[in-house]
Design a protein around this ligand. Structure first.
Ligand code: 4AD
Ligand code: MG
Length: 477
């Protein structure tokens, strides 16, 4: 007896073979047709039971959600909708499923409901497709870097520094909340904490990645990062995964080339390898579109959007040019917000980003050379003394998907920038060492993995592209 998964059963030429398969029942129709799914593909394998040959008590236990094992002959299907089916000769219930209380019924559930049942939601087509694509994208990311001479670096999760200097960190402590040791001046005595100093969950592996780029040349991190920003939006998580390449001797233009080539590669990878899941999600979105007024419908299908990214150059625009475009654009009265930005130096709001990407350029945009005061301390100051070599990549429907920069490689300039925002040199002495011992131009960026998965799957809430989302007041699972 040969063991297969459903994907193999459907894609290999093995009809008239005795096969055995295990999975979860999706439906059981007419006491005869079991639709069995095992997660290997969206498709179910139809298992045909001759009810006269089986005990009624056994057949009663074939309920939606039950785990079963069937064996039988794989034959060409008589019915519509599937090419092959299994004529069941033996059937075993591996795990019963109480049909009355099982949350995942064979019907449409709202995403809100499924979020409350995140432990079971991958038993639906939409979530199994999304999570298979998440897995494929993560493989494609490692494949890209591996093929391009990068080393995978594991940045620490617990750190003693704030890589973004934005103060949005989760503290890590072993101190007992009810008995916190204090110093004479009433402050928390961190010398008595586990690490003997204040520590937090990392907001970014960039600074550590820089140290490795300055020895191994080309490195990337791909790991969880944490931000205690209290933003309850459809694009922010408190725990998200970030991909951060860092390359020695590469300037900002090289950084843009790398980011664009990399994003195109990973999207192309899923177009070539995950067509079934993409087509399913594409159809889901088209069906959803039909329920909306014409003006709110998408002008491209999901797959068209992905192909658009792989086939077209990203538009590269400086912050200053972008501000000019926004200044000269008409305010959108109907939507009650104003595209106008009056002052050079202001940070772009998400509606400005969306205007540039979706209305003005209608393609992915790389914005670069931002004002120094709205960007992180480590970015390379330009000769104008007021802009830095930063770049953000904006994607249609997503907004910022990548943030990166050429790094400040000059010791004195970096020290001044740190002093200006009160980062003590002692905290980042090792980071400053890189500028003392063999400094060089280097650059890198961070891609928010969940934002990429949102774009690739067309899901509109970031909570639906990560297995167990962490958001304010939500850490149920
Ligand atoms: O722009 P950010 O903050 O950049 C950095 O962290 C740099 N250290 C990266 C680098 O140069 N190595 O974050 C990078 C990306 C954003 O563009 C966004 O896609 C994502 O990370 N991101 C988030 N994704 C989900 N939830 C959040 N709260 C996020 N914050 C940032
Ligand atoms: Mg950013």
């Amino acid at each position: 007896m040969q063991q297969f998964n459903v994907l193999e059963l459907l894609s290999q030429d093995i009809v008239h073979t005795e096969v055995e398969i295990k999975g979860w029942v999706r439906t059981f129709r007419a006491n005869r047709f079991i639709a069995l799914n095992d997660g290997s593909t969206l498709k179910n394998i139809q298992c045909v039971v001759d009810f006269e040959n089986f005990d009624e008590s056994l057949l009663k236990r074939i309920t939606t959600g039950a785990a079963i094992q069937v064996a039988g002959n794989l034959v060409e299907s008589q019915g519509k909708g599937q090419s092959v089916e299994i004529q069941v000769t033996s059937l075993k219930i591996l795990g019963d499923c109480d049909a009355d209380t099982y949350p995942i019924q064979p019907k449409k559930h709202s995403f809100e409901f499924l979020r409350e049942n995140a432990h079971l939601r991958t038993r639906t087509n939409t979530f199994s497709a999304v999570m298979r694509l998440r897995s494929a994208l993560s493989f494609a990311i490692h494949k890209y870097f591996n093929e391009h001479g990068f080393y995978y670096m594991h940045a620490p999760i617990i750190t003693g520094s704030d890589a973004e200097g934005a103060g949005e960190m989760f503290k890590v402590t072993s101190l007992n909340h009810n008995n916190i040791p204090k110093t004479n001046d009433g402050k928390v005595d961190y010398t008595q904490d586990f690490f003997g100093k204040e520590t937090n969950l990392t907001v970014s592996g960039q600074l550590e990645a820089e140290t490795y780029a300055m020895s191994l040349g080309k490195v990337y991190t791909f790991g969880p990062t944490f931000r205690a920003e209290n933003s309850n939006t459809s694009r922010h998580l408190a725990e998200f995964w970030m991909i951060e390449p860092e390359v020695a001797f590469m300037d900002l233009a090289g950084n843009m080339d790398l980011a664009e080539d990399f994003l195109k590669y990973v999207i192309k990878y899923i177009l070539e390898n995950n067509a079934e899941d993409l087509e399913f999600l594409d159809k889901r979105l088209q069906d959803e579109d039909k329920t909306k007024p014409q003006a709110e419908r998408n002008d491209m299908s999901l797959i068209e959007k992905l192909k658009f990214v792989t086939d077209n150059n990203f538009k590269r625009v400086s912050y200053t040019e972008a501000i000019d475009i926004l200044r000269n654009s008409k305010p959108n009265k109907k939507k009650k917000f104003n595209y106008l930005i009056d002052e050079w130096g202001a940070d772009l709001q998400s509606e400005h980003e969306r205007f540039l990407v979706e209305k003005h350029f209608k393609c992915p945009v790389i914005l670069f050379d931002y004002p120094a005061n709205i960007k992180a301390f480590y970015m390379r100051l330009n000769d104008d003394g007021k802009t830095v070599r930063a770049m953000d990549i904006l994607f249609p429907g997503i907004g910022e998907i990548v943030g990166g920069a050429q790094r400040e490689e000059r010791l004195e300039v970096l020290k001044q920038k740190m002093a200006a925002i009160n980062i003590p040199e002692e905290e980042l002495w090792w980071y400053l060492d890189l500028r003392k011992y063999g400094t060089a131009v280097h650059s890198g960026f961070g891609l928010g993995f969940e934002r990429l998965v949102m774009f690739a799957t067309g899901m509109s809430n970031i909570r639906d592209v990560i297995p167990y989302p962490r958001t304010p007041h939500n850490a149920e699972f």
